[in-house]
Design a protein around this ligand. Structure first.
Ligand code: UGA
Length: 452
């Protein structure tokens, strides 16, 4: 099949490369010419394990093409995916500017029947708007071309995107046109070989399914974060509680990890957008509003612990805080809504210095933090260390921010010898409090019981 994918962000590039991998001819379009030039030169604009070789292999085989020209993307396509960004508007709703502009560009060029697929996370009702935008352009041109708009939300996780795409738990397709649904079933057949993964439904239910999934996962995390804070007060250990409840098959073990609050480009944005969609329709989502509030508060928990440790905000003045990890989660350089940003902002405000090491995200972090705080403040207060070990030099305490694999087995005697205040703040509950205590280190996790 001839596939076009509009937008070469995470979802667009990964989907395009994976569709090419199973034998389709895929054209990936982005209006950002620099990005397309990069991709044509074999460079990948994002950090995603395995993506570079996948893109390279399929580009070399001539199955994966790049362009900035809508004429190329629309002319021969049987299926056109919309995978452009839907950043949050100021009021929390999803901004549809890019989606609708892509829809118009398609309508201005469509000459043969095609299925248009919403893959971006878009509010319920967007498919209708996309359909109307394309139809209006066709009417303006005075041509009639049959087309369908279907919803096919994406559930891949950054850092595991290719695996998630190639071996999905489910493929959700919302369509009001049986022929379009049939074409989608054919396209996805190679990803659904051993078990039926295809779930067909109406368009609006598919659109809502995407938000429901992220909202449920975000709510689990906020629930655990609240219980973690309660555990501290009660002298319980959230890690034990997590194991205890996760063994119940009705609950399951995943996404029960207390931490520094969820970040990334999806959960915070999607939770807010769903709350907004509901309020636009006269409903208040109490539970989800609380999920969002709890998350905002959780991003400050580690800072509060540091303040307590240093005997007040003034105690942090002039201190050097080592951070391990900056990205919102491991295996990505993505800094969007990363809890590290909230922590660093608070540390800067308190007059502390930060020495950070991240295996991949340092460059992106520097760019984002300089844009937020100015180059000068970053030059004065932020040092990016070349290794985890180097970040400890001259540090007062260590904060584990992102659970990259290389932080899992730290050299405890070295930590104890390096840190002036011999204290580690574990924002991901990665470590064993007893081992740290035995090494003479103060250990503070999230909702952990102090070692006896
Ligand atoms: C999330 C969903 O997991 C994907 O299914 C979805 O497709 C994607 O959003 C999207 O809508 O595009 P992603 O944002 O890449 O994927 O990352 P996650 O692995 O879900 O992590 C999100 C945040 O939750 C991270 O900050 C992570 O540290 C945090 N988290 C996750 C916890 O604090 N505790 C947990 O138990 C799990």
């Amino acid at each position: 099949m001839n596939i076009s994918v509009i937008g070469t962000g995470y979802v667009g590039l990964v989907s395009g490369a994976c569709f090419a991998e199973v034998g389709n001819t895929v054209l990936c379009l982005d209006v950002d010419r620099r990005k397309i030039a990069m991709l044509e030169a074999g460079a990948i604009p994002i950090h995603e394990p395995g993506l570079d070789s996948l893109v390279q292999r399929n580009a070399e085989a001539g199955r994966l093409l790049f362009s900035s020209d809508y004429d190329d993307a629309v002319a021969d396509a049987d299926i056109i995916f919309l995978a452009v960004g839907t950043p949050p508007d100021e009021d929390g709703s999803a901004d549809l500017t890019h989606i609708l502009s892509a829809a118009r560009s398609i309508g201005q060029r469509l000459v043969k029947p095609a299925v248009i697929v919403d893959k971006s996370t878009v509010p319920v009702g967007t498919a209708d708007k996309v359909r109307a935008a394309i139809a209006a352009e066709l009417a303006r041109r005075g041509v009639e071309v049959a087309f369908s708009v279907v919803s096919n939300p994406e559930f891949l996780k950054e850092g595991a995107a290719i695996e998630d795409f190639m071996r999905p738990d489910r493929i959700v397709v919302g369509s009001d046109d049986p022929d379009a649904a049939q074409q989608m079933r054919k396209l996805y057949a190679p990803f659904s070989r051993n078990h039926e993964k295809f779930v067909e439904m109406d368009v609006r239910s598919a659109e809502l399914t995407k938000y429901a999934a992220n909202a449920m996962l975000a709510t689990r995390i906020s629930f655990m974060n609240e219980l973690a804070n309660l555990s501290e007060v009660l002298g319980a250990d959230i890690e034990a509680v997590r194991l205890g409840i996760g063994m119940d098959p009705r609950i399951g073990p995943d996404f029960l990890y207390a931490g520094m609050g969820y970040g990334g480009s999806c959960f915070p944005k999607d939770v807010k957008a769903l709350v907004k969609t509901a309020s636009d329709n006269g409903q208040h989502l109490h539970l989800l509003s609380a999920t969002d509030m709890v998350n905002d508060a959780q991003k400050n928990v580690l800072f509060s612990k540091l303040v307590r440790f240093f005997g007040g905000v003034e105690g942090l003045h002039g201190k050097n805080i080592a951070l391990w990890g900056l990205s919102f989660k491991p295996d990505t350089d993505d800094m969007r809504e990363a809890p590290s940003r909230i922590l660093i902002r608070a540390l800067f405000a308190a007059g502390a210095r930060v020495t950070a090491y991240d295996p991949v995200a340092a460059g992106e972090a520097r760019r984002v933090l300089a844009a937020e705080h100015g180059e000068r403040l970053c030059d004065e207060r932020l040092a990016l260390a070349p290794s985890a070990h180097a970040a400890l030099e001259g540090a007062d305490v260590l904060v584990l921010v992102t659970e990259w694999k290389e932080f899992r087995a730290p050299d405890l005697p070295l930590l104890a010898a390096s840190l002036r205040h011999k204290a580690v703040f574990d924002g991901r509950n990665l470590y064993d409090p007893a081992a740290f205590a035995a090494a003479g280190l103060v250990y503070e996790g999230i909702g952990r019981r102090a070692a006896a």
